[in-house]
Design a binder for this molecule. Structure first.
Ligand code: ANZ
Ligand code: ZN
Length: 814
């Protein structure tokens, strides 16, 4: 079967959408793979799930777009190239070919004519084009900034790529380094990225929405400006703004803290305290943000020698520099309210600073207990705010600040701009030319793509802290597109997350040459109706893809404002309850599984193991059981003896009812992604059909054909080879993929009969097939009329008959 059908599917273009508007369109997308070696068990699971949806929608009669491509830029290709003294493209495209062959064998129902690779110049031309458009809109900019630096990979890492202070890729402890870097201004879209999630509720997993929400981290509060007293006679006053979510606690501020590592700390510190601060800053550098904010650590800090004036009270507050305040959140400075903030209280205790409660919450005095009070309550010690609740006092305090001109309402976000430049080779070059006279000049459209040079190989690609492209002199030196003078190309490449932020748009017209996608096609397909992929992409990829979609919408190129209407996160494939890994030696080779059990059995096992969101433990499943079931289904088709066209209404009523109920229930289950239950229902139907063939009305019963056809069509969602073969044996032309979802005869959905048990003194004597609506009288009569019952009574009279319609009759003889 595996040798026969792929060629047929390809020839008939079964999985190529018509794309002519004759049918309603639907777009199914699996997160595209990274070409690291051959496909593994994880791919097998994810793609089996995506294929169920795409094959289901095709059976429903939709014109389905289900494409595939490769996310083919990135570090592993570069590392392999360095090791083998080769070009990264060699490793990349060899792996892609291997994976493509495996995907074809795996029979995923994709339109191969739309295949793309993000490392193809035809693709990255448009990645670069989009970058220039973002640049023109002020959404791509450069700034000097301390960046996360992986000393081993010698590359900059985005915040997201730092996990517990270590490089996500290699585990090396990440350090900070100041570099001039490119950023996308995703923060301009923070509000929309948050607000538009409302429309995704119910269609995306709740936890993904929660993670995105937390990542965006919207906090409502106020900016408050404090005057910092001059450091001495003749010196200037300064001003310092803090972000607070609790302007109601302003009267309770007893000191001030600036992030010790922020330049601000150096600006403020007096000569007397400068050395202490400088020593302290060295200490702070070594710590991760997580360590710095931990509530477990003893608070540390140094006094700056300066004082801030509370704008409401005129009170002088000492300004400290400490590590528990982060330089890159809010304004990098806070007013400390130890009575109502635990970290401030810990700090106050450590340095003997005053604690003043301004909210009476009924709890014990925080100064005495060491526990900050954070509940609701009434304002005290707060002048004009006294007596108000917290909810009333927040806007009241903001109103006062606004009147004084020393503050206003402010919404702060945790979200940072997206650091997109990488000092690596195997990525899309940033299409900017640096001219000594004109500054940054975007590469004109007609000079795109800026191709990677192909003469760099092996060691010359190795990371050195500057981009390997900088070494390619003939590539770097160009004339300025604006003035014609000598200029240099930007030598950084883009984060591969840029490539994957718009690939779903390219799929609507992958060969289009006048833009990133055909404007006449894109709104026909977008948004993606079902996106399938791992939860590891819950934050970054999805956030970036949403951001790109909104910008491209704002450019007037796309109607959709969200890229993915529905999201399904498949579970992981484990072995023995643990993720497969080299070190545990519990890896399972997909190719070997396919050789041993066949593609269909492996696919069916993935789907049958449980709901798609759950992990699949390969040690707990039975691919051989799946193979046996498939063989049973397949034999069913071979047993069918009735000719096509026979009227099924003359067939076995119970089997017909089961067939139609199965179809009916399958539809609801498929909509709810309960694929595993559909498989269970199919197993039941196959068994029932076999019974009718072997011991019922036999293989010529038209209900048997009807059941076998329904099995073939439903099975085509999970086991395409077996289903295609069954369909063929049943006398239909290829392909079962387009057979159409079987029609349900509503009148057959009511269960036609039920088995009533007839007992004599509690002993079962007969079983009667009766209508579920049978009356007590009728059931009593039927039971007493039964020949087996009469024989068992053997002439005895009857004392009582207990009837529980429609299920039970108990006869008590005299
Ligand atoms: C005074 C205050 C009183 C605060 C109080 C809290 C409770 P979220 O909700 O996470 O946005 N904060 C502001 N910038 C900070 C920084 N760079 N590093 C550490 N902490 C910072 O938190 C906002 C609150 O966290 C702010 O409100 C500020 O402390 C602190 F009873 O101001 B608050
Ligand atoms: Zn110039």
């Amino acid at each position: 079967m595996e040798a026969k059908w792929p060629a047929v599917w390809e020839e008939l273009k079964v999985f190529t959408p018509l794309d002519d508007g004759s049918k309603e369109r639907r777009y199914v997308l699996d997160m595209f793979p990274y070409p690291s070696g051959d496909l593994h068990m994880g791919h097998a699971e994810a793609f089996a799930m995506g294929d169920v949806v795409s094959r289901y929608w095709r059976q429903l009669g939709f014109d389905v777009l289900h494409p595939i491509g490769w996310d083919s830029f990135g570090l592993p290709a570069e590392n392999a190239a360095i090791k083998r003294n080769a070009h990264p493209s060699e490793w990349t495209y060899a792996n892609i070919d291997t994976q493509a062959e495996s995907f074809k064998r795996y029979a995923i129902s994709v339109d191969w004519s739309r295949r793309l690779q993000t490392s193809d110049p035809e693709y990255y031309r448009w990645t670069q084009w989009l970058f220039t458009r973002f640049y023109q809109r002020g959404l791509a900019y450069r700034k000097d900034s301390p960046v996360n630096w992986c000393p081993k990979d010698q590359t900059v890492l985005a915040n997201e790529q730092v996990v517990n202070g270590a490089c996500e890729r290699c585990g090396t402890i990440v350090t900070k380094k100041s570099l001039n870097q490119w950023y996308f201004k995703i923060t301009d879209y923070a509000d929309r990225l948050l607000d538009d999630m409302d429309a995704l509720k119910g269609n995306w997993p709740d936890r993904v929405l929660a993670m995105q929400k937390n990542w965006i981290g919207r906090s409502e509060g106020a900016h408050v400006r404090f005057v910092i007293e001059a450091a001495g006679p003749g010196k200037p006053e300064q001003e310092l703004t803090v972000f607070t979510t609790r302007p109601d606690t302003l009267y309770g501020a007893t000191f001030f803290v600036v992030a010790a590592d922020a330049p601000l700390a150096l600006e403020l510190v007096t000569a007397e305290h400068a050395e202490a601060l400088s020593d302290y800053r060295e200490q702070v550098k070594a710590l991760s943000d997580i360590e710095r904010q931990s509530t477990q650590r003893t608070k540390t800090g140094v006094f700056t020698g300066r004082y801030a004036i509370n704008p409401l009270t005129g009170e002088k507050l000492p300004v400290w520099a400490a590590d528990y305040v982060l330089a890159d959140y809010g304004t990098g400075a806070i007013m400390a309210v130890p009575a109502h903030d635990q970290r401030d209280l810990d700090f106050a205790k450590a340095f003997g600073l005053p604690v003043r409660a301004v909210l009476d919450t009924g709890e014990e005095d925080p100064a005495a207990t060491g526990t900050a009070t954070t509940g609701e309550g009434t304002l005290i010690n707060s002048g004009e705010l006294n007596g108000l609740s917290k909810a009333e006092a927040i806007p009241a305090a903001i109103a006062i600040l606004e009147k004084l001109g020393t503050g206003e309402k402010f919404v702060n976000f945790r979200l940072r701009d997206w650091l997109l430049s990488r000092q690596r080779f195997w990525g899309a070059p940033i299409p900017i030319i640096h001219c000594p006279d004109c500054g940054e000049v975007p590469v004109p459209d007609d000079q795109l793509p800026v191709r990677l040079p192909d003469n760099l190989r092996g060691e010359s690609l190795a990371p050195k802290g500057t981009s390997p492209l900088a070494a390619a002199a003939e590539w770097v030196n160009v004339s300025c597109p604006r003035c014609g003078g000598a200029a240099k190309r930007d030598t950084d490449t883009m984060d591969t997350f840029v490539d994957s932020s718009w690939y779903f748009l390219r799929f609507v017209s992958p060969q289009y040459t006048d833009g990133p996608f055909d404007p006449a096609k894109v709104n026909d397909w977008m948004p993606v109706g079902q996106y399938v992929g791992g939860v590891e992409h819950a934050i970054l990829h999805l956030l970036y893809a949403r951001f790109f979609t909104k910008v491209i919408h704002d450019m007037g190129m796309l109607e959709a404002t969200e890229p993915f209407s529905r999201l399904l996160n498949q579970g992981q494939v484990l072995n023995g309850g643990k993720a497969m890994s080299k070190s545990l030696g519990n890896g399972v080779d997909l190719g070997q599984q396919l050789d041993r059990y066949g593609v269909d059995a492996v696919r069916l096992t993935m789907v049958f193991a449980g709901p798609p969101e759950d992990d699949v433990d390969w040690a707990d499943v039975s691919p051989s059981g799946s193979a046996k079931f498939l063989a049973r289904a397949w034999r069913l088709a071979h047993s069918v003896a009735s000719a096509t066209g026979t009227d099924p209404s003359t067939g076995d009523a119970a089997l017909r009812s089961l067939t139609h109920r199965t179809i009916h229930e399958a539809k609801a289950l498929l909509e709810g992604h309960k694929f595993n239950v559909v498989v269970a229902k199919l197993m039941e139907l196959v068994n029932a059909t076999r019974k009718v063939i072997d011991s019922g009305s036999g293989p010529a019963d038209p209900a048997v054909r009807e059941a076998a056809e329904a099995v073939a069509i439903l099975l085509s969602l999970f086991a395409p080879y077996t289903a295609e073969d069954m369909w063929n044996v049943l006398g239909h032309p290829a392909s079962v993929a387009n057979a159409g979802f079987p029609q349900v005869d509503e009148s057959l959905l009511v269960q036609q009969s039920i088995t009533a048990i007839v007992q004599i003194q509690g002993k079962v004597r007969d079983r009667l097939e009766v209508s579920p609506d049978i009356s007590e009288e009728e059931l009593r009569e039927l039971a007493l009329a039964s020949a087996t019952v009469q024989k068992a009574l053997d002439g005895r009279g009857i004392r009582t008959v207990i009837v529980r319609a429609p299920k039970l009759v108990n006869i008590v003889p005299a």
